[in-house]
Design a protein around this ligand. Structure first.
Ligand code: DGT
Ligand code: CA
Ligand code: CA
Ligand code: ZN
Length: 573
């Protein structure tokens, strides 16, 4: 029986094969859309088919529904088999190489007979790629570098922002099982790491069986990998693995601490315990020379037993937090309620979905005291970037909105200005001088060599009108690595000029990343946490940005949008 993921994969492969063959774009998009909507289904597609409701799935018409039926009944798709005789499926792995589009893949296949990644590496190393029309030694070297990058980054971790809502939804189900007293997310997800290997969930209950039964029969389960009385593991239809443990509530503290990790942090805790003659595991502390167990009902009790203050999960990476706790120097981490504003958002003036006033009202409703409207600049044509003339028209609308919102809320006028490929900025200085706040960012030519792309960024930082750099590296999780910036040089320049660096809270960015946040703080670079909202709903992403700041040991004082508006305005002026 074929599963959701396999059917989605089949359609995704068909889409890519059609793109290599050079089919019409709308046909390719139809298969791609079908693949996505099947991958996101919360139910087994076999059930939907049994109910005769395949065409209710978004993007599935009768033709595709017939193909799904064919796969569900025969386990095969004839259309795919026929296509595979023309376009070998092994070519699809070549498409994962950055910079290698379908046309180029077709060319290396037809001219050089290349069918696999290994063969592509070989012909590139032999210098045969550069001989193709439209290629040269430079593009050949780029492709070799991209193949290496693929080998480095090509693991299958899930972005935090995809795993988080899934975990919350499962806990919502488990908390309703009779007898359940506590539920929690653990593992890397509780530590809010940017990518997640698998989801770890914990439940406290006196009666384990109903919890396991509910867990293993969730709608989104593809398969049950292991099922026991206290622990089970499932794989969801979207491919994500989920571990669940159940224990009685009086052991909650050691259980939660153990499964929150990280492994390295746990090793340090066990060493500290042993120094006191205690062995520590997920069940309890046990005196090495015999004696009764010490049970911990919460994590504070675990740390207390070790003579430590509570250490927040986002710090538990063995990056100095144990020493800081011993010395009483743990940071007083920034919290979501400390945030008073968002400095980076888009409206219908460029590629946003709501008006200036709608964004302002939504921001006020969530407790913000000021916002900056920062639509795209002219050269980002695909995002409907603003010409100088439209930017000035927008200034009037923003002044009106500021007035309409009354004295307790400020609407400021800014821009998210492109740093162009040649390093120049998209608006002249005299236009920037008219704005309250200027963001500069890279959206194009991210793959320039390190020196060139770093210099571009330095040009922006050194411009006296530029207040902030948005999503500095431009990386996209899980697998676009972003610009190869010299971050030390960037941070030194930001510190020297008082330029703010952003933590973009969008879970596909989380850029600055945690380790860069930590470094920025050491260098006294100021940081902002922004949602880059294109719709007011995206203010909900703020917690991912705050978590990233916490993982970088940030306190509220380091984050400019925790400051009152006057303090913020004084800083940027
Ligand atoms: P992930 O899933 O790769 O994103 O990372 P984690 O940290 O969620 O790791 P995972 O799922 O393998 O295990 C969850 C937690 O359980 C981990 O953070 C610490 C604990 N744990 C698992 N295996 C070991 C182990 O062998 N030794 C110790 N000390 N702790 C472990
Ligand atoms: Ca995990
Ligand atoms: Ca796990
Ligand atoms: Zn933006």
């Amino acid at each position: 029986m074929m599963k959701n993921r396999e059917i989605a994969q089949m359609f995704a492969d068909v889409a890519e094969m059609l793109s290599i063959r050079g089919d019409q774009i709308h046909r390719i998009l139809a298969y791609r859309r079908a693949a996505e909507s099947i991958a996101e289904l919360g139910r087994d597609i076999n059930q939907i088919a049994a109910e005769g409701k395949l065409t209710d799935i978004p993007g599935i018409g009768q033709t595709l529904a017939d193909k799904i039926e064919e796969m569900l009944t025969t386990g095969k798709l004839q259309f795919y088999e026929k296509l595979a005789q023309e376009i070998p499926p092994s070519l699809l792995e070549l498409l994962r190489v950055e910079g290698l589009g379908p046309k180029r893949v077709k060319q290396v296949y037809e001219v050089l007979g290349v069918m696999t990644l290994d063969e592509l590496t070989a012909v590139a190393q032999q210098g045969k790629l550069r001989a193709l029309p439209g290629m040269g030694a430079k593009s050949e070297a780029k492709i070799l570098a991209a193949i290496e990058a693929l080998a480095r980054h090509g693991d299958d971790r899930t972005p935090l922002g995809e795993a988080w809502p899934v975990a919350q939804a499962i806990l919502m189900e488990l908390v309703q099982v009779p007898g359940v007293t506590k539920t929690a997310v653990a593992g890397s997800l509780r530590r809010m790491k940017e990518t997640i290997g698998d989801v770890d969930l914990l439940v406290a209950a006196d009666d384990y069986l109903p919890v396991m039964e509910r867990f293993c029969t969730l709608d989104a389960v593809e398969s049950v990998v292991g099922r026991g009385p206290t622990k089970s593991r499932i794989v969801l239809l979207n491919g994500l693995g989920v571990d669940l443990r159940v224990l009685p509530a009086e052991r909650w503290g050691t259980l939660l601490s153990y499964f929150t990790g990280s492994k390295d942090h746990n090793v340090r805790l066990r060493e500290l315990a042993l120094k006191q003659g205690l062995s520590l595991n997920e069940h309890a502390f046990t005196p090495v020379d015999g004696g009764p167990e010490i049970l911990c009902a919460d994590e504070t009790a675990v740390y207390q037993t070790l003579g430590l203050p509570y250490i927040p999960p986002s710090l538990r990476e063995d990056r100095g937090e144990i020493e800081a706790a011993q010395q009483g120097h743990l940071p007083n981490l920034v919290q979501i309620d400390d945030i008073r504003s968002d400095l980076h958002m888009h409206t219908t003036w460029s590629d946003g979905k709501m008006s200036v006033l709608e964004m302002a009202r939504a921001a006020q409703a969530r407790g913000f005291q000021y916002i900056v409207i920062t639509d795209h600049s002219v050269s980002l044509g695909i995002a409907n970037g603003l010409s100088i003339e439209r930017l000035r028209q927008q200034a009037e609308e923003i002044r009106a909105a500021d007035e309409a919102m009354g004295p307790d809320f400020r609407v400021l006028h800014g821009t998210e200005m492109e740093i162009k490929a040649d390093g120049s900025l998209d608006y002249p200085d005299e236009v920037l001088a008219e704005l309250d706040f200027v963001i500069a960012s890279l959206h194009t030519s991210l793959s320039q060599p390190r020196e060139q792309v770093t210099q571009r960024m330095l040009n922006a930082i050194n411009n006296p009108h530029v207040d902030m750099i948005a999503h500095p590296t431009g990386r996209l999780l899980p697998d676009r690595p972003g610009a190869d910036l010299d971050m030390d040089a960037i941070m030194a320049a930001a510190a020297a000029t008082g330029t703010i660096l952003e933590i973009n809270a969008s879970p596909h960015r989380l850029d600055l990343r945690d380790v860069h946040v930590r470094r920025a703080i050491e260098l006294d670079v100021k940081i902002a946490i922004n949602c880059d909202a294109h719709h007011a709903d995206q203010f909900d992403l703020l917690h991912y940005g705050v978590a990233t700041a916490q993982r970088g040991w940030a306190e509220a004082r380091h984050i400019v949008n925790t400051w009152p508006v006057n303090e913020f305005l004084a800083f940027i002026r």
